[in-house]
Ligand binder design. Structure first.
Ligand code: C2E
Ligand code: MG
Ligand code: MG
Length: 405
């Protein structure tokens, strides 16, 4: 049992009647700290203030002005660390899709409720709220300070891991994605979700990306010399694309290292809302003109993925893992997966499915003609030194277990 009075709950709904109703239900259930908001803007102001920041938000999806999905985008920008419960009169499918979107943003979601809300259902979801368990990873987040990260970047504490991307039809390993880790002097291996946001917020993302990029192209050169033909992908934050220096850095270093731009993939995610999209647009277009490969990452979760597709000539589309794993078993996921695949096809882009975790996922990709696969079914991210050995094992698996000749 949780201490109900210790849970600070915000109810966000445009209908005053719903606000009243929900607050009454909550009080009856023993939740005494309840704050009511009629629109997203007012809610965000209170979330920005540490004194009024809630632990749980009951969020109405359908609101005029800022709707529930847009509101979630802002929660991501504000690094909201509490939980969400979605409330809507929409059908099951809509709520499920919205739930997937929230999960893709890595915001903790306790579940969703249909209107009219039943007290028992609400109570059951709130019981799932656990300050410790949901807080472990997130608590760690605030442990790292910008200064510490700056030093880590300068002292070489960042290490690149590489995860294979394989052709679904042949099993051939066509490339790797670079995923950075922080080998923390005392905290063990720290994952990017715990420091990329910090790097962006603290203005360190440019330094970070340069270190990761430099190590990746150096590694690409070594593979090239060992006759391993691999494309190397690097994750690029929208913030990297704010200044033209980045373009020069990438172009010069790639040329100097002796790597063809065709073998360098830049995976772009829109992690936050862009104020001014002119610079990124120009930089991406020019990188493309220089024959770098552009990839739109986490497709299906971004705020303006479609607008980006319209404006930027991407070569590759990565379907977010949230729409890949178990898509064979869930018709909503399957619809998102199919739609992304066919959109990419029509735009002549290569498609990568992320989050391929088991044989069923892999078989779906085979059946639907997806180009490339990435995920733990194929391999976890690994150190460069482990790649040759893994490739040998993978070829063997392709011949035997996956029987693809
Ligand atoms: P991403 O680019 O979408 O990378 C894929 C993430 O999914 C990686 O997490 C990878 O380890 C994980 N993953 C791979 N296979 C599976 C699977 O089968 N199932 C599941 N559930 N997950 C799988 P990771 O390494 O923790 O990276 C998280 C995110 O951090 C990346 O997402 C990327 O957006 C960001 N990131 C990583 N390295 C960099 C970097 O150098 N610069 C920037 N700006 N962002 C980075
Ligand atoms: Mg990526
Ligand atoms: Mg991704």
């Amino acid at each position: 049992m949780i201490e109900r009075s210790a849970v600070h709950i915000m109810v966000l709904d445009d209908e005053p009647f719903m606000l009243k109703l929900l607050s009454r239900i909550l009080l009856k259930l023993g939740f005494t700290s309840v704050m009511l908001c009629e629109n997203g803007r007012a809610a965000l102001e209170r979330i920005a203030d540490t004194d009024t920041r809630p632990n749980v938000i009951l969020l109405d999806l359908n609101m005029p002005g800022m709707d529930g999905i847009e509101f979630v985008r802002h929660l991501v920008d504000q690094h909201y660390e509490g939980s969400l419960i979605l409330v809507s009169g929409e059908d099951e499918r809509m709520l499920k899709t919205a739930e997937k979107l929230v999960q893709a943003h890595k915001i903790s979601i306790l579940g969703y409720l249909h209107k009219p809300v039943k007290p028992a259902a609400l109570s059951a979801l709130l019981e799932k709220w656990a300050p410790i368990s949901s807080g472990v990873a997130r608590l760690a987040k605030s442990v790292y300070k910008a200064e510490e990260l700056r030093a880590a970047i300068e002292n070489g504490e960042l290490v690149n891991y590489y995860q294979p991307k394989v052709a679904v039809a042949s099993g051939e390993v066509v490339g790797v994605e670079t995923l950075v880790r922080w080998r923390h002097p005392t905290g063990g291996v720290v994952f990017p979700d715990e420091f990329i946001g910090l790097a962006e917020a603290a203005g360190l993302i440019d330094a970070l990306t340069r270190v990761v990029f430099a190590e990746a192209v150096t590694q690409a050169r070594a593979w090239q010399e060992a006759q391993m033909r691999l494309r190397v992908a690097i994750n690029v934050s929208m913030d990297n694309l704010a200044s033209l220096d980045f373009l020069d850095f990438v172009t010069e270093l790639t040329t100097r290292t002796g790597i063809a731009p065709q073998n360098v993939v830049l995976e772009v995610t829109e992690t936050r809302l862009m104020q001014d999209t002119r610079a990124p647009l120009e930089i991406l277009t020019r990188l493309r003109l220089k024959r770098f490969r552009l990839s739109i990452d986490d497709f299906g979760t971004g705020h303006s993925s479609l607008a980006q597709l319209r404006d930027i000539p991407f070569d590759e589309l990565k379907i977010d893992q949230g729409f890949v794993h178990r898509a064979w078993a869930d018709e909503t996921l399957r619809a998102m997966y199919d739609a992304s695949l066919s959109l990419a096809r029509q735009l002549g882009m290569e498609v990568v499915a992320e989050g391929v975790e088991d044989r069923n996922d892999w078989d779906l990709l085979r059946r639907t003609g997806c180009d490339l696969a990435q995920g733990t079914f194929i391999s976890q991210p690994m150190l460069a030194a482990d790649l040759p050995g893994w490739m040998e094992g993978w070829r063997e698996r392709v011949r035997t277990e996956l029987s693809m000749a």
